[in-house]
Design a protein around this ligand. Structure first.
Ligand code: T1G
Length: 717
């Protein structure tokens, strides 16, 4: 072995090996070999890294001068787990379970110096080490595989229960939640929290353990008596509407349950079988697609890392209503001071109290501490004058959905906002170009369309107007991540991307009601299929008056007016949804919905009045017609360039419209069904129902060429 502290490497015999060497470095600190993973950006355990680790451990174990081994990562990452990009292309040996078994079998103590994020295979790697020393600021420890529609596949379902107990392990694996180093130590996952340099403290820890036989988690047994009775039954009963779909949660429970009865040497091969079953499902493919789609959405063509973003350290919000206060909370929660402007003291007090109530409720529920709640409230400045926003870096208008009012406010802001400030509108449908045109600084104007409740919903539709500057778009995209949102670009058209598709979907729902379906039939079918909430229940939650006002502004005619008759009549009866205790449904004191025969009769009468041929509509038809209208409208939007990618549309529906991630999104569903089949079905509906089902030329073309939305997106990269 070369002199202490020297960098060691494998003999280079080919490019794969070169990569393996490049991503694993071994350094000697006295008689301790420090093996460092260096595979940016997240130390994903791809083939090269697995190969490099296997070789580095073989080397260190064979070296008589080495008494102990420390494994660590680089930068913010220990390892973010298996390389998800390898899933589609298939993995090559050495497989991760093998590498981890080799590490656990080491005859010399192996200490993981967990310098940062350790997730999935990354945490399984650390569990294969004999001891774990973590840096005190580590926030992300977990096995989130379930969010990708799979289960831990490198021993996590067998070793984690032995390390922290079956109940905690099952909870972490089923939720995919992250824990920090402190919680890890409390659970028994982490042996020592490093106050200083984690590698140095891990080396010292290792030296202190060279005399003892290594402690292998894989050899530990589980005391079944300590497992709460009925744990697995309760878990199985709790996964009916798991956000990862019907299969992976069941697989996770089955695998963890094996840890009670099988030794690790038998449990891991069984885990692998179950892993493969989950990985082969369309739900896993949809969730992995969603993972990358969300990250892809942040890439704006022509706007590279060289585009300088603007500083946003203070924000002004105009309007203390539901949206204004939700948006204010989103910024306060991210530690960004907000000045909230309203026109009257009462309205302002109303808004401030709503914010106070939400913060104290979050503290009461333990989501934040009292101190954090107080700190966030201290960052709020109520105001009654627009001029108080003169210093704000970003101003967001969130007033009533009325063009004249918004233009009046933007004309005033043009004279008030500091030079270089970004001025945004939270409109959900109106023309942002028209709003920008009342200012002398259209390059500083864009749409920031939040979704209610704005402090909860992850989606932020970033509406790029014709003159919006690249730096403003880049700033908005970065800001979205900073406030915990998923930013997705949309162009200007009526309803932008999300609401324009929603209008087509909602229209088809109304058509199915007039043909004979009931609200319960429609919502029931879509919720059983996986939607978080059916479209009519969502309409009642959002308030039927909101869409009523938009329809009245639009002055609908022809079939569109006919299809809006039922919701119009319901609103004109004073039934605005949950907030009035009745809409498409009746609501009890706990806001639980109940079918309402009066509304079902109203719908029947309207269907007959419009002489709509009545028919039984199956749940499958409800789902098919809803999805195809969404995909067809999505394809038109894509062809017009209003959405950059089909995957952006899906990212919007997953994060803003309650579309289940394990179903991928409307465009992914269309690809999954096959565009030839989609085209055939749309044409069949067009023949039956006419113009509203006119096929999008893009679908017709892709179907004819054997193409797909995914392939189209790939071409654009
Ligand atoms: N594989 C491949 N690429 C990955 C990756 C991974 N595991 N994790 C992140 N990336 C890419 C990501 O696409 C992006 O690329 C860049 O890294 C930065 O990510 C056997 C089989 C770690 C919390 O589920 O949750 O182990 O867009 O923008 O916000 O049991 O990434 O720049 O080109 O998200 O700081 C289990 C997944 C895998 C963790 C960091 N692991 N990653 O968030 O950065 S399955 C996970 C995350 C497994 C084993 C099984 C997050 C993060 P690009 P980012 P971030």
């Amino acid at each position: 072995m070369a002199s202490p502290g020297a960098k060691l490497g494998l003999q280079t015999i080919g490019s794969e090996q070169e990569r393996a060497v490049a991503v694993v470095e071994t350094e000697k600190q006295g008689d301790v070999a420090v093996i460092r993973m260096n595979n940016p950006p997240v130390n994903a355990l791809g083939h090269a890294l697995r190969t490099g680790l296997e070789a580095a451990f073989a080397d260190a174990n064979a070296d008589p001068a080495v008494q102990a081994i420390v494994l660590t990562g680089t930068g913010r990452f220990f390892s973010a787990g298996a390389d998800i990009t390898e899933f589609a292309s298939g993995m090559k040996e050495p497989f991760l379970p093998q590498v981890i078994d080799t590490i656990e079998a080491s005859t010399k103590p192996v200490v993981a110096a967990v310098n940062g994020t350790a997730l999935g295979g990354g945490l399984e790697l650390a569990l294969g080490c004999h001891y774990r020393v973590a840096a005190k600021d580590v926030r992300q420890l977990g096995l989130p595989e379930i969010k990708l529609g799979i289960i831990p596949g490198a021993g996590g379902t067998q070793r984690l229960p032995r390390a922290i107990g079956v109940e905690k392990a099952l909870d972490l694996i089923l939720s995919g939640a992250f824990i920090d180093a402190k919680a890890g130590a409390a659970a028994g996952l982490i042996d020592k929290i490093a106050e200083g340099d984690v590698v140095a403290e891990a080396v010292a820890f290792a030296k202190a353990h060279t005399a003892k036989p290594p402690r292998r988690i894989g050899q530990q047994t589980i005391d079944a008596a300590k497992v709460p009775a009925g744990l697995f039954e309760k878990a199985r009963a709790s996964i009916a509407r798991h956000p990862s779909g019907p299969l992976a949660p069941k697989c996770a429970i089955d695998a963890v349950e094996l840890s009670l009865t099988l030794p690790v040497s038998e449990g891991i091969p069984r885990e692998r079988q179950i892993f493969r079953e989950a990985a082969a499902s369309p739900y896993a493919r949809a969730l992995q697609y969603a993972f990358f789609a969300e990250r892809q959405a942040a890439n704006l063509p022509g706007i590279g890392a060289d585009v300088k973003t603007r500083a946003v350290e203070t924000v002004g919000i105009i309007g203390g209503g539901t949206m204004g206060t939700g948006i204010t909370l989103a910024f306060l929660n991210a530690g960004i001071p907000v000045t909230l402007v309203e026109t009257t003291q009462d309205a302002l007090d109303g808004g401030v109290n709503r914010i106070k109530d939400t913060l104290s409720a979050n503290a009461r529920r333990g989501r934040i501490t009292e101190a954090q709640a107080a700190d966030r409230l201290a960052k709020l400045t109520p105001a009654l004058e627009l001029k108080d926003l003169g210093k704000a870096d970003l101003i967001i208008e969130a007033v009533f959905e009325n063009m004249a009012l918004k233009k009046e406010i933007f004309a005033k802001l043009d004279g008030i906002a500091r030079s270089g400030a970004i001025i945004a509108t939270n409109t959900s449908t109106l023309d942002v170009d028209e709003i920008a045109a009342v200012t002398k600084r259209p390059q500083d104007v864009l749409g920031l369309h939040f979704f209610s409740p704005a402090n909860i919903m992850r989606l932020l539709e970033i509406v790029r107007a014709a003159k919006t500057g690249n730096d403003v778009m880049a700033t908005a995209m970065g800001l979205a991540k900073r406030i915990g949102k998923v930013g997705v670009q949309a162009g200007v058209c009526d309803g932008f991307v999300g609401n324009r598709m929603l209008a087509a979907y909602a229209e088809e729902v109304q058509a199915m009601l007039l043909e004979g379906a009931t609200p319960t039939d429609v919502d029931g079918a879509l919720e059983t299929w996986g939607m978080a909430m059916g479209p009519l229940a969502v309409a009642d939650l959002a308030g039927l008056d909101v869409s009523y006002r938009i329809r009245k502004e639009r002055k609908l005619v022809g079939e569109r007016a006919q299809l809006a008759r039922v919701p119009d009549k319901i609103v004109e009866m004073g039934r605005l949804g949950q907030k009035t205790g009745a809409g498409f449904y009746k609501y009890d004191a706990n806001r639980k919905r109940q079918r309402d025969p009066e509304i079902e009769a109203l719908i029947r009468a309207e269907g007959n009045a419009q002489q709509v041929r009545q028919k039984a509509i199956s749940a499958d038809e409800v789902v098919e017609r809803s999805l195809l209208r969404l995909a067809n409208e999505g394809a038109k939007i894509l062809a017009e360039g209003i959405a950059l990618r089909a995957s952006d549309t899906d990212t919007m529906y997953l994060n803003g419209y309650g579309f289940p991630a394990w179903r991928g999104g409307p465009m992914w569903q269309a690809d999954h069904l096959g565009l030839a089949k989609v085209a055939e079905r749309i044409k069949a509906y067009h023949a039956q129902y006419g113009e509203r089902w006119k096929i999008a030329p893009l679908i017709e073309k892709l179907a004819a060429d054997g193409g797909s939305f995914a392939a189209l997106d790939k071409k654009k990269r």
